[in-house]
Design a protein around this ligand. Structure first.
Ligand SMILES: [Zn+2]
Length: 328
């Protein structure tokens, strides 16, 4: 057992005059760190110009066919960075041109060490500390088993790489409660919170894309879709781009899920059966673009607040506009 040291929490003065200062938590416990970086900040605030609008209030399911399940809150505040790292989205293997990283089972939100991490929903803490499931990769981790399920399945959320853990196993937790501080423990390239959603079983192979479970912001929606090859199979590690239909500017780009068939693959949503997702897209009209067999496939889509808009990308005249790619 590693000794547990008391945490000296100090609120660091912020540069911005309007920054929010909350009281220091009295009974936090600092867990052993692998990095040696001291935890000194409890409130980390970006300039108000970078703040996000407030998130919608979970749970919401606005899809007329009941396919949506935005039942979790966001794990960090709106004045923190909520955007998932686009170079390492769920189900992908990291930045292009680098040696493949492990397939990503969650989303990463880069934030300074010390940013408060909050419970995405009511439940019970079932893990609080390092060594989660015999893996050093997650660093200090909090896992919550939620009080609510989805279609008869148990739901879990995980918050990894924490610099400090503010809860203990067995503790009851409400939505929004502080559960830890952002850190860089475990296998990381920089400080961030890794947010993971598991459905049905508390196993590595039971992860689903958090962008389909975590409420979008006010005025934002989600695009999910399938990129399918001529034989009907899901195209893997395929570039997909969203452009604004009016301006033609790129809004987001990602790659499709990779399935290794090794028993611990990520999962498509059972109802959407997607292999890519774009989160927090402002309400509006977009084009979703990919290349299949050298042909440019474009699908137009309207994004509505708090809902998933789905696109099928395939070489079918009936469902997509197909134009030959200009040869260079
Ligand atoms: Zn991660």
């Amino acid at each position: 057992l590693t000794p547990i040291a008391p945490l000296q929490l100090t609120v660091v003065a912020q540069q911005q005059p309007n920054s929010v200062v909350t009281p220091t938590l009295p009974s936090a416990t600092l867990l052993p760190q692998t990095t040696g970086v001291a935890v000194v900040e409890q409130v980390v605030t970006r300039p108000p110009s970078q703040w996000q609008p407030p998130a919608l209030i979970p749970p919401i399911s606005r899809d007329p066919y009941g396919r949506d399940h935005y039942i979790f809150a966001r794990p960090v505040d709106s004045n923190a960075n909520n955007a998932a790292l686009l170079s390492y989205t769920f189900g992908t293997n990291g930045p292009e041109g680098e040696a493949p990283w492990r397939i990503h089972t969650g989303i990463d939100m880069p934030n300074p060490i010390g940013q408060t991490v909050r419970a995405a929903g009511t439940g019970t803490v079932i893990w609080a500390g390092p060594g989660f499931q015999e893996s050093p990769s997650y660093g200090n981790l909090v896992e919550i088993q939620h009080d609510f399920g989805y279609k008869g399945e148990t739901l879990y959320t995980l918050y990894a790489h924490l610099s400090a853990v503010l809860v203990t196993e067995g503790q009851r937790i409400n939505l929004g409660d502080p559960i830890g501080l952002v850190g860089n423990t475990g296998r990381v390239s920089g400080p961030h919170v890794h947010f993971e959603v598991r459905v049905g079983e508390n196993r590595y192979r039971a992860t689903y894309n958090p962008l389909l479970w975590m409420v979008p912001y006010v005025g934002r929606g989600v695009i999910a879709g399938r990129a399918v090859g001529p034989n009907g199979s899901l195209l893997q590690d395929q570039n997909v781009t969203v452009i604004d239909n009016r301006t033609g500017l790129v809004v987001q780009a990602t790659t499709t899920y990779i399935f290794l068939d090794n028993g611990s693959d990520v999962n498509s949503d059972p109802l959407w059966k997607e292999n890519f997702v774009f989160g927090d897209i402002p309400v509006g009209r977009y084009q979703v673009i990919t290349n299949i067999d050298g042909q440019r496939v474009v699908q137009r889509v309207d994004v509505s607040e708090g809902m998933t808009s789905f696109v099928d990308l395939a070489l079918q005249e009936s469902s997509a506009t197909v134009t030959p790619t200009a040869s260079s």
